[in-house]
Design a protein around this ligand. Sequence first.
Ligand code: NDP
Length: 481
Amino acid sequence: MNGADLGLIGLAAMGQNLALNFARNGFRVCVYNRTADQTRAFLEQVREEALCAAYSLDDLARCLVRPRRILLMVRAGTAVDEVLEQLLPFLEKGDVVMDGGNSHFADTERRMQALAAEGIRFLGLGISGGTKGALLGPSLMPGGSPEAYAAVEEMLTRIAAVSDAGPCCAYMGRGGAGHFVKMVHNAIEYAFMQGIAEAYDGMRTGMGMSPEVAAEVFARWNEGALQAYLTELTARVLRYRDPETGEPLVERILDEAEQKGTGRWAAQSALELGVPAPTLTAAVTARTLSHFKAHRERLAALLPWPGPVPAAPEGFLADLEDGLNLTLLVAFSQGLWLFHEASRQYQYGTDRAEVLRIWRAGCIIRARWLPFLEEILREDPENPHLLFHPRFLEQIRQRLPGAIRARRWALEAGVPMPALGSALEYLQAMRRAWLPANLIQAQRDAFGAHTYRRIDRPGVFHTEWEETISPRPQGRSPWSV
Ligand code: NDP
């Protein structure tokens, strides 16, 4: 087939399903995969008229209408650089290349600049929704130059999920904005999943609930404020019985959580941008810690919890529900603050209300809270973290007592709830007009002459702290306590 609308490189699960999605939405797609057998097997299996195959990148480039539009769906990392290097000789000025993988936004910016020098327009395209979303309608987060986006907008919009607020695809901003947004999306996903896992631990350890009963609780929560893809998925997963043993499968799964990097990058970015995002970070750390299973087993024996696990207090399920809602609201708040700061420091120009809008359908963190958060941002676009908005604060306020009770039980029972705990600590610190950071400044100045500012007059000060220490009794070492 000549005159294909799109070239798609990389035919693993995501690439295959996206190719089908484009084809079923009226686009002619030429597919290519490094391993040719995979291409043959795919075409053989799907028998879709709008798809054709290329077995070299040269053929792929020849098959496409100009300017070419090419989507990479290869493994994130060096594979993207390798494919771009091999592809470049067959491209022409004005062609558009999109990277739909989970690439780091800084790599995307580097690639964008290198390709711009050759006249090639490059877009970083965040894609959420897993393999099913790729086939039926994902949430799409494209970023790069507005002109490059204009060349693919119709195509992307047509394959995206649709919510009652329109197609879940919008321009996320300049440079690596698309991949930055996807990275933070994944960090919120980690925090939501961790919060759910903590609630499950509360039900299991505090109430002795079986997975199937816990599934019913999540199913019920899914009818209220916590309605979300991940809540519904959790109910389904908890209900599932292992065909071999007849037991709930979840209880047979090793408790070591994997990660592919996006959550960690978001935590690193938060530190680099100077944005406090402890709940996003706590969820990454929880996954890392879970991997030390042998250490945990050893310490479980060396440091058993003193005393029995206290019984779950009355209303504990409602407290856990409040705790999870609060964790989720805080995770969104921290993610939105990251966008605000990244957009300012990296000049992305990201419209955060649009980000929330395109997360309403197709993506893994779609949740009932999103239209509410979007409404707040549209009313108050400069609010960095939503915390200044009375209606957002009201939702937090309503859930604080229950969340604190759940956390208190967890502390007394020796049950870790790092996502909920960090969300509460974050709120406590953010609502505190005074923090003991004055003492930290004094310490820094005393040992390192780092200077400090005063509350009673402007300027930068340094003190020779030794002189202010009152005389010591004779004969005692200055270091003795
Ligand atoms: P993988 O991440 O497993 O990548 C496999 C694909 O990459 C294969 O087509 C493989 O070709 C190709 N590939 C790997 N190395 C090279 C190389 N050096 N040169 C050329 N091709 C190479 O596939 P997925 O479909 O899971 O994901 C694709 C991208 O989408 C990834 O970046 C992933 O992070 C991202 N993503 C994945 C989601 C998911 O739910 N799986 C959701 C959203 C994004 P070959 O067959 O020859 O080995």
